[in-house]
Ligand binder design. Structure first.
Ligand SMILES: [Zn+2]
Ligand SMILES: [Zn+2]
Length: 335
C-alpha cells in the first residue's frame, strides 16, 4: 500500500507532492505551486502556475502585480481539482480572507497542509474546517503552553474602554495590513463602534480588496491630516512599524496599541513601546493546536515554522507520531 511519504515530501523549496508534481507554499520559484494564503512568506511571486482560492489570487495580484505567475487557476472552497492522479481540495483555514488548507487525496491517503490557521470565529473569513486525514501538517507559531489567547472581543472591549477613559488622546493601533487590520475593524463594528476609523495609507489596498470581497468595514478615512494634535478621541489603524515612528507624532498624545498574539509576551510589548497590548491572533494558540490534533487523530503529524519542541513532546505523550519539518523561509509576516 502507498504511504503518505510518497504523497508528500519536504524539499529545499518547501513541501512537494511527487505524484501530483507541485509544491505547496514554496519558498523559491517552482513550476507548479498550490498557495494556502496571501501572506508574503507563503505566497511568493515568480512561480510557473499557481492554484489558490480566488481571494488569495486577488491578494497576490494586488501585492505583486497581475503577472505574479505565468498561469493561475482559481479553486473555490470545496471544489475538487485534479493534478495528475492527485485530488486537491482547498478548505477554509480561518486565518485571513481566502486562506485555505490544501487537502491532497491519492490512493486512499489524505494529507492536509493547513498553512496558517486558527479555530476561532473571524468575521472576515469562514471558520476552519477539520478534515480527517492520515497526515496533518501544522504550523507552530504559538506552539507553547504559555500561549492561551483571551477572547478577541474582550481585547476590543479593552481598547474601547481606553478610548472612553482618554477622550483627548488618539489611539494608534498597530495591525498587519493583510488580515489583522480588517479583523480588528470588523470586531470594533461588532462591538458597536460605528464612527469613522482612520487608516494609514499602507492599509488602503487590502481594505479595498476585503470590501470588494463582501467584507463590510464601515466608514473609513485616511489618517493623513498633517496638523499637530490631529484626531483626538479617534482610533487610527497603522502598520506596527508606524506606531512608534515619526509618523505617529502628528496625533494627539497618541496611545500606542498593538494587536498580535505576541502581545502575550510583556518584553515584546515593551520593545515596541506599546502602552496598550491587545492579544488578538490569527494563529492557533496552544489549546487550539493540541485540540485540533486530538480531533483529527492523524497517523502522522508534521510540525513546521514556530515552536516545534513542546508540540513534539505533547505528541509523544499522546502517542501521536510527529516530526518537526525544517523549512526555512517562513517569516511570520502576519503576527
Ligand atoms: Zn499567515
Ligand atoms: Zn505561516
Amino acid at each position: 500500500m502507498a504511504g503518505f511519504r510518497q504523497l508528500l515530501r519536504n524539499t529545499p523549496e518547501g513541501l512537494y507532492c511527487p505524484p501530483g508534481d507541485f509544491h505547496i507554499d514554496p519558498v523559491r520559484p517552482v513550476p507548479r505551486a498550490v498557495i494556502t494564503h496571501g501572506h508574503s512568506d507563503h505566497a511568493r511571486s515568480g512561480h510557473g502556475a499557481v492554484l489558490a482560492t480566488p481571494q488569495t489570487l486577488a491578494i497576490m495580484a494586488a501585492r505583486y502585480g497581475a503577472d505574479f505567475a505565468a498561469r493561475t487557476e482559481a479553486a473555490n472552497y470545496g471544489e475538487r481539482v485534479t493534478r495528475n492522479a492527485v485530488d486537491v481540495t482547498l478548505v477554509p483555514a480561518g486565518h485571513v480572507l481566502g486562506s485555505a488548507q490544501a487537502v491532497l487525496r491519492w490512493k486512499g491517503i489524505t494529507a492536509v497542509i493547513s498553512g496558517d490557521y486558527k479555530r476561532r470565529r473571524d468575521p472576515t473569513c469562514p471558520l476552519f474546517e477539520p478534515v480527517p486525514c492520515n497526515l496533518f501538517v501544522s504550523e507552530a507559531t504559538f506552539g507553547l503552553p504559555v500561549f492561551r489567547f483571551p477572547d478577541a472581543s474582550d481585547e476590543i472591549a479593552k481598547l474601547l474602554k481606553s478610548v472612553t477613559l482618554f477622550p483627548d488622546r488618539t489611539h494608534l493601533v498597530g495591525a498587519y495590513a493583510l488580515g489583522k487590520a480588517q479583523r480588528i475593524i470588523c470586531l470594533l463594528r461588532e462591538a458597536g463602534y460605528a464612527k469613522t476609523l482612520y487608516m494609514h495609507g499602507a492599509m488602503d489596498s487590502m481594505n479595498a480588496l476585503y470590501q470588494a470581497h463582501g467584507v463590510d468595514l464601515g466608514p473609513l478615512a485616511p489618517a493623513t491630516s498633517a496638523a499637530r494634535n490631529a484626531l483626538p478621541g479617534e482610533i487610527v489603524i497603522a502598520p506596527p512599524a508606524a506606531i512608534a515612528d515619526k509618523w505617529a507624532r502628528r496625533f494627539a498624545d497618541p496611545i500606542p496599541a498593538f494587536a498580535s498574539g505576541w502581545m502575550m509576551v510583556r518584553a515584546r510589548a515593551r520593545q515596541r513601546h506599546v502602552e496598550l497590548p491587545l492579544v488578538v491572533s490569527d494563529h492557533a494558540d496552544w489549546d487550539e493546536l493540541t485540540e485540533t490534533f486530538t480531533e483529527l487523530k492523524p497517523e502522522e503529524l508534521w510540525i513546521t515554522h514556530g515552536s516545534e519542541e513542546a508540540l513534539l513532546r505533547w505528541a509523544a505523550l499522546n502517542q501521536v507520531s510527529a516530526t518537526a519539518l525544517e523549512i526555512a523561509g517562513y517569516e511570520d509576516e502576519d503576527e
